[in-house]
Design a protein around this ligand. Structure first.
Ligand SMILES: O=C(O)[C@H](O)[C@@H](O)[C@H](O)[C@H](O)COP(=O)(O)O
Length: 260
């Protein structure tokens, strides 16, 4: 596992606190969508679960500037999902629907929302691997010629205190999974234990990767990733976009950077 993954160098932007971080990330996302839509359509965005990720979506919903975006030209995807039944309140999809997608109403066509399949044995989705395979097919259907996944315009990732991003946890096999766009995850240390995740190959195909992290409990992992700790120790090290890698953080989360 390389300690210096290829991709765009990181830009670290520090915000005063988690509330400002979520508001500023929402503003940044809205502005980016407007800019992207002035040049091309559709635009593909990957959402993240987690506190900052969902608070950011709620801030997008609350912003009058959301009307500047043509949501019919925006496709929403997920970096990972908790493998639970449809509508479970712990699913990242459910939380994103509650925070933003519901508020967008008819402006965002239902066919633009690409959720990872929920646990549904009757429909053939009995394991995280089933859901991962279904998502791989969905990604392929929207991939440019010669690719297996879309080159996401913006891919957002929360980060756990252990340095995980998406559902790629330290020391877990999925961190090193290659050759497939998605992976089923068993034994996640963060509940629930069963999850589905994009692989690093898919994450690193994105044009822009934005890591969002707030709070003192994230400080050791932020310091570790920014000092290029091995990806299997601190997975967030591996989060890079092809055109830009942004670390959108609060002051508490960068408190230990450079301390080692
Ligand atoms: O499904 C999930 O749990 C995630 O997508 C996960 O990767 C999350 O983004 C981080 O754990 C950060 O979450 P917090 O911001 O809540 O710490």
């Amino acid at each position: 596992m390389t300690t210096t993954p290829e991709g765009a160098p990181r830009t670290v932007l520090v915000h005063p606190d988690a509330t400002v971080l979520a508001e500023a990330t929402a503003a940044r996302l809205l502005t980016r969508l407007v800019d992207l839509q002035s040049a091309a359509s559709p635009v593909h965005v990957v959402l993240t679960g987690g506190t900052v990720g969902i608070t950011t979506l709620a801030a997008v919903a609350a912003s009058p500037a959301r009307a500047a975006v043509d949501w019919s030209g925006v496709h929403l995807w997920w970096g990972d999902e908790r493998f639970l039944p449809d509508g479970d309140p712990d699913r990242n999809e459910t939380q994103a629907r509650d925070a933003l997608i519901g508020a967008l109403g008819d402006a965002l066509p239902a066919t633009n929302v690409h959720a990872m399949r929920a646990l549904d044995p009757a429909a053939g989705i009995a394991t995280p691997e089933d859901s991962a395979a279904a998502y791989a097919a969905e990604l392929a259907a929207f991939a440019p010629e010669g690719a297996s996944v879309p080159a996401f315009d913006v891919l957002m990732l929360g980060m756990g205190p252990d340095g995980h991003v998406a559902s790629l946890f330290p020391g877990h096999e999925a961190v090193g999974t290659t050759g497939v766009p998605t992976v089923g995850v068993h034994g996640s240390p963060k509940p629930p234990p069963l999850r589905v995740s994009l692989t690093f190959e898919t994450i690193r195909a994105a044009r822009e990767v934005w890591v969002v992290a707030a709070g003192a409990e994230k400080a050791p992992a932020v310091a570790s990733a920014l000092s290029d700790a091995p990806v299997d120790v601190t997975p967030a090290t591996g989060a890079r976009g092809t055109a830009a890698t942004l670390w959108l953080v609060d002051a508490a989360a960068v408190a230990e950077v450079g301390a080692a």
